[in-house]
Design a binder for this molecule. Structure first.
Ligand SMILES: Cc1cc2nc3c(=O)[nH]c(=O)nc-3n(C[C@H](O)[C@H](O)[C@H](O)COP(=O)(O)OP(=O)(O)OC[C@H]3O[C@@H](n4cnc5c(N)ncnc54)[C@H](O)[C@@H]3O)c2cc1C
Length: 382
């Protein structure tokens, strides 16, 4: 982390959270990975210690801290093997929509629970037939008196199975393309709302990724976030922080994979010497360490820019594509230096390898990141 975010207070916060993770999370990870979920009790414990939405103002139960504290939480969760615990999605991606765009009474209703763990949040944008092409979503909301009636479905939704309230992207006017998209909060108890199965994924197992269904689902009109037709604009505003949050995941996982590789090549022997002393492997580790260091510098700078309120669209797109692909290169090589053990579940690198495959996909694929970058370079790729 940049020196500015490595003060005494930051270090104390990091140490406290690291201890919490060591005691309350890491020992249980194998069980939760198997169960495909973390217990709700853990969310409550996180809330009791101020580790949920720490950026929220005190009036909503938060600590009023900067985004860098969310980065610390995200990093330490990954260091403690809890990549799949959906706290960054809740704290830094979904809850900010409520804070920024909900009506005052709706904020009062949900935000205090977001800090205590009584309320888990999620974002429902992706549909079975529209992921990258969000302007093409089909879920429809029709205003009927004091309510919206929603029909459609969402898929791949992080925290989807246990979320209490979900930010859902809908079309309020399908004739207007992306300008007809609005965001509406859907309470888990809304009539007509249901969830499908918890999806079986390649990795990221303790994460309860799910499908969501809306069949004449009725929600109060006051659940509309901001104004009708502004949903796409709001998503583009908020998704920058979500991408940065994913960049943190990429970098922290790359650092962990490198650590595992380094540890292993120093102790594993072949042909009478530690394998790390073969020049080929030593050079491979040197290359990996260099990539990880470059990533760290890029990310730290970006976090500073984001906290300072600068426009990070171009750089976060670059970072998201590069870091997500970098961590996959690092994880691949880290498995390779482990030989057969790298393919065994009991070795941590095996899980890291599976988990990080998701990173070039969610929050905008690597291809979509390249599309944004090239457009900002004045090109028009088709
Ligand atoms: C573990 C996980 C968690 C997720 N969590 C959430 C969540 O919480 N909320 C949510 O709304 N969504 C979530 N998603 C969905 C994710 O954001 C989408 O999967 C992603 O945006 C890609 O959409 P898609 O799957 O429909 O792929 P598609 O859009 O169908 O893309 C398929 C392929 O085509 C490429 N492609 C598409 N368009 C172009 C183009 N113009 N140029 C070049 N290549 C292109 C893509 O890059 C990709 O390689 C999650 C996904 C995963 C795997």
């Amino acid at each position: 982390m940049d020196d500015r975010f490595n003060t005494e207070e930051h270090r104390i916060f990091r140490d406290t959270f690291r201890k919490f993770v060591e005691q309350e999370i890491t020992p249980h990870v194998p069980k939760w990975e198997e169960e495909r979920a973390v217990p709700r009790e853990l969310w409550h414990k996180m809330g009791e210690h101020g580790f949920l939405c720490p950026w929220l103002p005190e009036e909503y139960g938060g600590l009023g801290l900067g985004f860098e504290y969310s980065v610390i939480i995200n990093e330490e969760l990954i260091r403690g093997d809890a990549f799949g615990f959906g706290v960054p999605m809740h704290s830094d991606c979904a809850s900010p929509y409520i804070y920024s765009y909900a009506r005052p009474e709706i904020k009062e209703r949900w935000l205090p629970g977001c800090t205590t763990g009584e309320v888990i949040t999620a974002i429902g944008l992706t549909e079975p037939d529209a992921g990258s092409d969000l302007a093409n979503i089909k879920t429809r909301a029709v205003r009927d008196g004091d309510e919206y009636v929603i029909n459609g479905s969402k898929t791949f939704i992080t925290n989807g199975y246990f979320a209490d309230v979900i930010v859902v992207a809908v079309k309020t006017d399908p004739s207007l393309g992306y300008k007809g998209i609005s965001l509406i909060l859907v309470d888990k108890d809304a009539p007509g709302f249901s969830r499908g199965r918890r999806l079986e994924k390649m990795g990221y197992h303790m994460q309860d990724t799910a499908e969501l269904f809306f069949e004449d689902c009725k929600v109060p009109a006051s659940n509309l976030l901001g104004e009708e037709g502004k949903g796409f604009k709001y998503m583009m505003e908020k998704i920058q922080q979500e991408r940065l949050e994913v960049c943190v995941k990429c970098q922290a996982n790359a650092e962990e994979a490198l650590k595992e590789a380094l540890k292993y090549v120093k102790v594993r022997e072949a042909f009478g010497r530690p394998i790390g002393n073969f020049q080929y492997i030593a050079f491979k580790l040197a290359e990996m360490a260099t990539e990880v260091e470059l990533g760290r510098n890029f990310l730290d700078r970006l976090v500073v820019d984001h906290v300072d309120g600068k426009d990070i669209v171009q750089k976060v797109s670059m970072a998201k594509y590069w870091l997500a692909e970098m961590v996959n290169r690092i994880a691949y090589q880290a498995v390779q230096v482990h030989g057969g053990y790298g393919y065994m579940e009991e070795y941590r690198i095996c899980r890291i390898y599976r988990d990080v495959r998701s990173l070039p996909i969610f929050a905008g694929t690597s291809e979509i990141m390249r599309l944004i970058i090239s457009r900002n370079l004045g090109l028009s790729p088709t």
